[in-house]
Design a protein around this ligand. Structure first.
Ligand SMILES: [Mn+2]
Length: 360
């Protein structure tokens, strides 16, 4: 990997023919990267989303079937979003909190839907990685992974995993099919955004194997009252600056709430951009949504966060995290000012409240 990573593709372009030949060519190398003499650990990114949960589950399924091993799946952070919790519980995916995993006990460490040193997982930087499979932009450190498969022209890592399962001749179980369908749907917003022909083809192949009533229960979970309370408070503090809306969740129960609020704000009529900030366990989290097709949300949030923290994302959705030791207010002001500047607005602008008083 040189100095110039390929630009993030707003419209992933992988075809199902590419996907099939990639998987057939790489399957044996992927399996060869596993040390079957020792336990195997698969890691999602922190606060795992449906794509990372589904693709970790798929990798575990693939390795169990082909190598007769029983990998564990571990995650950092929390599983906060109601639909993600429902996914784990309803599908019975066993996920271990990273803090409970003794890394030394494992001979194979596999990262999925993320890469080394992205800042969105909690593994030590010196952990020797055997496998990394991802669809986010390639990181230079990923070159050191024994088996790295990073393909940015796919809408979901779940899609990449589907083609490995197909190449391995494995029949999808109902649960795995349901998981993969949710993984692809959520990363591509129902195949409407950032999806390639390879994603669509995988989706159509998986669909007949999935349990649609189970899928509906996962996608429409019950929401705890405290989420509404947190949203209420954040909406009252939200401000519109021309084509952008900025919200502050304050201290969030879990970082996934930011993504949920950002999704909720994204369709706001006059705002092409929604930026949500919130704090959780000594970190400031950012979640960005964009309807501006001319600008990559991942690149935008990277420009905003700069040296302060780590950032990443796709064309229309992106996130970032910044460690904070003291008063977070100045950092939040800096982030807000940079965001407004990037949009060509006054960095010190005060904007207008999103929610007007009843007597206005
Ligand atoms: Mn993903």
């Amino acid at each position: 990997m040189g100095e110039n990573p390929s630009p993030p593709s707003v419209q992933p372009s992988a075809t199902s023919a590419d996907a099939t030949s990639h998987a057939q060519r790489l399957l044996d190398k992927l399996l060869a990267a596993v040390d079957i003499e020792k336990p195997v650990a698969i890691y999602t990114h922190d606060h795992p989303d449906p794509d990372s949960i589904a693709s970790a589950y798929a990798l575990s399924f693939l390795l169990s079937h082909k190598l007769s091993i029983d990998p564990i799946i571990a995650f950092g952070g929390t599983i906060g979003r109601a639909t993600n919790r429902a996914m784990v519980h309803q599908l019975g995916v066993r996920l271990y909190p990273l803090a409970q995993v003794r890394l030394d006990d494992y001979g194979t460490h596999a990262l999925i839907d993320t890469q080394p040193e992205t800042g969105n997982h909690s593994l030590p930087n010196d952990l020797p990685l055997s496998i990394a499979i991802d669809h986010h932009p390639m990181r230079p450190e990923t070159a050191d992974v024994k088996f790295a498969d990073v393909r940015t022209d796919y809408g979901a890592t779940s899609t990449i995993m589907y083609y490995y399962l197909e190449a391995a001749g494995i029949d999808l179980s109902t649960r795995l099919a349901t998981a993969l369908l949710i993984g692809i749907k959520s990363d591509t917003r129902g195949l409407e955004r950032e999806s390639s022909e390879a994603d669509l083809h995988a989706y159509l192949q998986i669909f007949p194997h999935a349990d649609l009533s189970l899928l509906a229960r996962i996608e429409n979970p019950l929401i705890p009252r405290r989420h509404f309370e947190a949203f209420h408070a954040a909406l009252e503090r939200s401000v519109i600056h021309e084509q952008a809306v900025i919200a502050d969740l304050g201290d969030a129960d879990n970082p996934d709430l930011l993504a949920e609020l950002a999704d909720f704000l994204a369709p706001l009529e006059q705002a092409e951009y929604a930026l949500v900030m919130g704090r959780h366990k000594g970190r400031l989290y950012l979640s960005l949504r964009s309807r501006d097709e001319s600008r990559d949300a991942g690149a935008l949030i990277t420009a905003i966060v700069g040296e302060l923290g780590t950032a990443g994302g796709h064309g229309r959705m992106a996130g970032a995290q910044i460690d904070i030791d003291e008063d977070p207010a100045p950092i939040q002001e800096t982030v807000k000012g940079r965001f407004l500047s990037e949009l060509g607005l006054d960095p010190a602008g005060v904007g207008n409240p999103l929610v007007r008083d009843g007597d206005e």
